[in-house]
Design a binder for this molecule. Sequence first.
Ligand SMILES: [Zn+2]
Ligand SMILES: [Zn+2]
Length: 982
Amino acid sequence: MTDNTPSVDPQASVNKKFESSAFTRIKNHYEALRSGLGDGNKRSSEYNTAKCKCCSEKFPDITGVWSQKNYTFLGNAYTPEDSMDANKHLCVHPNLWENGASNHLSGVFEVLPGKIYQVRGYDMSNLTFVRSNPSGGDPRWIVFDTLMSNECTKVAMDLFEAYLKKTYSDYSLSGSIVGMIISHSHIDHYGGMETVMDYFIDPKNPDNNGKIIENSDDEDDGKNTENAKESKDDVKKVANCFILAPAGFYDHAVSENVYLGNAMGRRASYQYGSFIKPMDENDLCGEISIGIGQGQSTGKPSAVGRPTIEILENVTLQLDEIKVEFQLTPGTEAPAEMNNYIQDYQALWLAENCSGTLHNLYTLRGAEIRDAKAWSHFLMEAAVKYGNKTNVIFQSHNWPHWKNGTTENDVPTVNIRDFIIETASIYKYIHDQALLYMNMGYKMNEVADMLVLPRGMQKNWTLKPFYGTPVHNAKAVYQKYLGWYDANPIHLQELPPEQLAKETLRYVMAGSREKMLSMIDEDIAKGNYWTAAYMSNQMILSGDCDDISDKVRNLCATALRQLGAQCESGTWRNAYLSAAYELVNKKLQPDQVKSDQLAQMPPETLLDYISIFFDGELAAKFNCDSTLAVLKNGIYTYFAFVVKNGAILYYEITEEEYNKSDNKINVSFDELKSVAIGKYSVENNILRDISNALINVASYKRFKYFDIIGRHDSEVKASGDNPIDLKKEVSDCILLLEKYVGKFNKKTPVLVLSEEDKQSWNDYYKLLKEDTHVILDGDFFIPGDKSMGIGNDGKFMQYELFYTLYALYRYLYRSYLKNDYGYKGNNFDEESFAKLKQSIVLLETYVADYYLCNSKTNISLEDDDFEAWRYLNNDTKESSKQSLNVADFFKELYKRYKELSCEIKSTGKNFFLESVADDKRSITVHNASHNRLQCNNVELNDVIQNDSAVIDVSKIDKNAIVETFYQSGEEMFVTGRLVYRK
Ligand SMILES: [Zn+2]
Ligand SMILES: [Zn+2]
């Protein structure tokens, strides 16, 4: 992972310059506004924290190994000035800019005066010194983690020594290091070990063997890993020259860095931007930051060293004069990792578990998948044990955070306990939501696409995805639990990438569906079964071949049967043949009698179960920080219990701790079980809210029999016998409801469905709400009230209709928001389309704020979001409203989704109905891209269109009849039967 020193061609800087496109500039400008960095001199709260308490600023430049010299441009505040100039800021994400700027700060920094210091900016990680003799005299130090390279570590040691010499004139750092604590098994934390050992205090003295002192008379058994197993009350002293590391450190360090050194090294060069470093101080087109440092040094790391003690359980040890608690955190950021609490200083070292950014559950260089649940669990433990008594948290990456009221006024401070819990919540949220979507049958990329962080997480500077990303981490959770295989047997043995690309291109060149079909036929005849199965499956998945579905499915099934027939493996044979079966038959419904699994669960497992089926995105505004007592079989179990940012977190505590809490919840196990099945209804209780926000996945056939070989939700089992295409049903339901969009006015605030529509709605209500959970209908407002929403009475107000339409559109089109997909250039110019999509993304972060609301609910956009909203609306006249009532809010979302859908469905240049004469009998038409008008229930040339999109006037040769339409530019909803005659 280190031999990746690139030989950089100076000409490369010329070659890598690029201009930011209009899309890119819009995206970054929007992000800058949303982060409050819009005016060219504001900096993030994190930057303001990072630059605090610098004792000695110096930018390192170690030839061929590490340099900070070309990053000076990051000293400027981000300016979102719209220009294609390669050196203008919009070619960098504004938030990453702030992270890069913070990591560029280099020198000696104070964590606690006279006690803890860090050298930062001298490698991707920090070199941390904790004073071990607070009683006085020339200071002695414990080093917490080294840098990655010995060269960097040496220069950082020199810098710290020079700083100390200002106070202690003939001080030498050499001989002042009593030992080292290595937090975990990654090389950027022990790579400088050999250099640090050169500074050890009197290493030749046989008493300084780094072991537990009580055992020092024992015979050395030849193993240099002593167990720190003594009872927790009995604080053992450790001899100087110690190297302390968590259990399993050595084995994991070897397996990560030695077994796969070459593979990881080459892969890491992409992740760390090894050959795209800025070439000069004006080069904005290269590496900015890696999220947890400015980059990765390329010097010589130490070989993996043996610790003098591997910490096997949570203990407190005396190191020189100070007492240090060890909290093991296996399975978090590294398989062997630990935090430390320094009792004497009330300082908490969080290793790499809580570094002020979203970390990786699966690192890009490649590594074993990390355990999001364990990660959040150990952070909860740290928060509960130390959160309230800690004055400062510091880590081996990025910068410290100080507790409110513990430092100077101009230093930003935080609530430490909340800070740690926030970080715990993001891993828990990603974990639980990913599991929820996996249980619903979504595949890996679909899970990553579904996952949306609640606004509270999105806007928290210390959770921003500078290093890990929600997409990558969601896939990591999928991989951890289900692995790479998505159960579609075509993926059992895919062609390698080059061969697959050739086959794909061969088919693409075919040019038509018909030609593709005959090629699949030919491939089957030639025995190319895998290619035939793969290509026919692509046709099925596209959803664009439904009219020739039988033919395609039969071809796919034929190829799969042959693949199955050749299998030596019984399970592979079964998988191929089962897929073939489902392609040409109805899915079977094996009904099993289930045992009551919940009853057997210990309370903590039941809490896990609840949090997995909790709809965190919907319920993101729930906020609870309490303790929970659960009574089962006469025995209580106690928990710290937090609901925050859409995540449910818990940590087991003692009865005593529970009793001290001001905010207690006491339930029986049976009551907790009723929460888990969505049936807990005690008033005014967070548990009731949680219960209402659970999705009981197993009770829906849609999820139970999700599609494996076909499109998601294309053959949904509902109550009837025949599988239905759920997306088509949703589209039809939209058509039904859109007829009512324009019918509200002041005199008619409440509408009732016509008798005929009510009949159809009843079917949709059952299908979409009760059988498939596509919409919540009234449960969004008052769970359990069947007259809310459009409801079973078919009576509704504006906000109920717009909410329902929004929910239906979202179901169909949400996957178009996160990626480039969807822009056809027919109805929009590129800029408007980019802004349209972004505005949906922004508004959707507020949906959770309206959950459990009523017709009077008003929510204000946060100031920065409002600035971004105005930018997206091209609002120069300040006409946008910052506060939106529930009807307007969902109307905005509905309208925008509808515009998005029109673009996605459009296939040619369309003309739009633009205005209506007063008598509403005639309408004029012109070609427009902004002030457009979309129509529902279009009858074109006496043929009713199934589509609710737009009228293409070139196709009008007789007349066009439109039931309802709205004009988006004018905020006007019109209804009536409108006829256009050519
Ligand atoms: Zn690490
Ligand atoms: Zn690290």
